[in-house]
Design a binder for this molecule. Structure first.
Ligand code: FO1
Length: 330
């Protein structure tokens, strides 16, 4: 079975961890893993240059989470991390106190930057880093080109200014009202090698509970990707990142507000759209508290179901993944 997941950071990584546990149970390879092949197409719009190194938050969150090295409470960065280097950099009055790199994490960024400087594309660099972490999936950036999400915020009564997504998200906790999001570099971007094939050849395409705007939306904005999702023969099923009118993680509601979408399981589904009517989804899994959303969507031709969707631990997440697959007959 070929599964393709379109992922942001924490939500997508945790979902995929549960999915792998489910697949190991259903399609065991005899060594604790699975004969199924999972490709994760990850958002790289959060990426940035800092202290001369390339930081790829969502790629690293998936790699560390599936590689067993993630700082579990944070959902990003390394377990058992330290911050001697970032503290010392601050003594040079360099860096931002609101976004720091851990010492071990810095090794990943130095390795990635060295390989990039040798002329290797990000997809090959990511494959190299994954040889160490063995995430159990093929982890592919959405594109090998630099595409960075920036946020347009008010600047005085008439002006507006552009902030890198990480500054808006981490420094300002998404509290500055966002007028819109801009993917800087999008016009020169093409899908990374393997992305379109993973969507075309999949037996199922899953949209995990990642941020539908700045994570899923950014991946879909890469020229050719959305079209590949619409065209795939595989069923496309999504898991709502909104439970009971609130974003489960992060400040997805601030992103939804910026694009005029209500923070509800039903509104996010309709925003992504039913494939039969020009959208990208065939099915949408919502939480039990949003059963009315499931009913409303079902009335409009959606394949939906309401189950507990809070990813509290791996076995629970495996059950969520099973419900998502079941929704599309797998
Ligand atoms: N998030 C924070 O809230 N504070 C940080 O200092 C921070 C540092 C950081 C370094 C590397 C990295 O890969 C991620 C980091 N993040 C930090 C998380 C990051 O904002 C998120 O992973 C995503 O970009 C948003 O989903």
């Amino acid at each position: 079975m070929k599964v393709t997941v379109i992922s942001g950071g924490v939500g997508g990584a945790r979902f995929t961890r549960g999915l792998l546990a489910l697949l190991a149970e259903r399609l065991p390879d005899g060594g604790g893993g699975t004969t199924a092949t999972v490709t994760v197409v990850a958002n790289t719009g959060d990426d940035l240059w800092l202290h001369g190194v390339r930081v790829c938050p969502d790629l690293d969150t998936v790699m560390y989470t599936l590689g067993g090295a993630v700082h579990e409470d944070q959902g990003w960065g390394r377990r058992a991390e330290s911050s001697r280097v970032s503290t010392d950099l601050a003594s040079y009055d360099l860096g931002w106190e609101w976004f720091t790199l851990g010492d071990l994490d810095l090794a990943t960024h130095l390795a990635r930057t060295q390989l990039l400087r040798e002329g290797r594309p990000l997809s090959q660099v990511t494959a190299h880093l994954c040889r160490r972490w063995e995430p159990g999936v093929t982890l592919v950036p959405m594109t090998d080109q630099e595409v960075e999400t920036h946020v347009v915020v008010d600047d005085g009564p008439t002006g507006e200014r552009l902030l890198h997504f990480e500054e808006w998200w981490v420094r300002h906790r998404a509290a500055l009202p966002a007028r819109r999001f801009v993917q800087v570099g999008l016009e020169d971007a093409v899908p990374a090698p393997g992305v379109l094939e993973a969507l075309r050849d999949a037996d199922v395409v899953i949209l995990p509970p990642s941020n539908p705007v700045v994570s899923i939306g950014t991946v879909l904005a890469i020229p050719g990707v959305r079209e590949a999702v619409v065209a795939t023969r595989a069923p496309v099923v999504g898991v709502s990142p909104v439970i009971g009118g609130a974003a489960v993680r992060g400040m997805a509601d601030a992103c939804l507000r910026a694009i005029g979408v209500e923070t509800s399981a039903e509104a996010v589904a309709r925003h992504l759209g039913l494939r039969a009517r020009g959208g990208i989804l065939d099915a949408w899994l919502v939480d039990t508290v949003d059963a009315t959303a499931a009913t409303a969507l079902a009335r409009d031709g959606w394949s939906t179901r309401a189950v507990p969707t809070l990813m509290t631990d791996v076995p629970t997440t495996a059950r969520i993944a099973a419900a998502a697959l079941e929704l599309v007959g797998l």
